[in-house]
Write a protein that binds this ligand. Sequence first.
Ligand code: GLY
Length: 341
Amino acid sequence: MQTIEIKGNKTSKILIGEKLENLENYLPGKNVVIVTDENVDKLYSHKFPDFPKIVLGTGEKIKNLSTVEKIIGHLIDLGIDRNGFLVGIGGGIVCDITGFAASVFMRGIDFGFVSTTLLSQVDASVGGKNGVNFDSYKNIVGNFNQPSFVICDGNMLKTLPLKEIKCGMGEVVKHALIADKTMFEMIENNYDKALSLDDEVINELVYRSVQIKSGIVNKDEKEKGERKKLNFGHTLAHAIEKHSTVSHGEAVATGMLFASKVSNHYGFINNNDLSRIENLLNKLQLPVKTDVPVESLKEAIQKDKKKNDKNIDFVLLKNIGEAEIKKVSINEVKSWIDKFL
Ligand code: GLY
């Protein structure tokens, strides 16, 4: 097992290679409540420690304030007090909701995660962003608050559909593109092993992703500067997600190629690197195009929650492995949509 620490508002230990079976070692002896979803419950509840559990439905539609209210109702019924501990066992949706519910219940109780999808192991469950959607606005209600621990159990990835692995690889590629050229080369050379969950390759990619993300969060927990680099590809991705059922990792792939084309247009990455990025996304069977009409994308970008007045911090690639944040006008982004999509 490898441990990476994030020193944010609390110290958060990311435990890569730890097992669900050892979860109890990280929990207090009482006052613990498990939050999970139907799928994870069906597959893994026999390995859960013996604490009360709240089983949620699945999908983005449950990631809202009424689910948080339900959890809080259960916690009150169970007599959980300020010493309570919430443990989310699931993917990004379960972890985001659990972290937020724990953060607001009794002004905040401790919490930890067992992260069960590749996407949540390499991104969503790491770094202390918790929250839910409101209307069609993704993650618009939330906070920064670090989980005490995140268990990334590689064995739990083995029950995921291939589509989930591909989506997780979208965020893995993002980390390589913004921060680590050698990791990008490693993915180019091992994309097939990654998709088939070769233990050594996937463990290395999870470790390196968490290392990159933790390094950035340690410098800028509240996303005032450096952390914005983690939004590479996400401006377009969020607009695609708003107008389609495309999953996050797929939308990020399309958004990354778009941002790479813009980077190339500004004379940053060269044509060869642009082709390498497109080839790798293709090999990982991730979409590089979108069917969402350009007018809908532009409207979503106009309403992007990360925009500041008429500008947006857009992440460009200087090179493979090096990102730069550029403040650009919304109108400029709209013109790129016309040009590159
Ligand atoms: N997923 C981007 C971040 O955690 O900042």
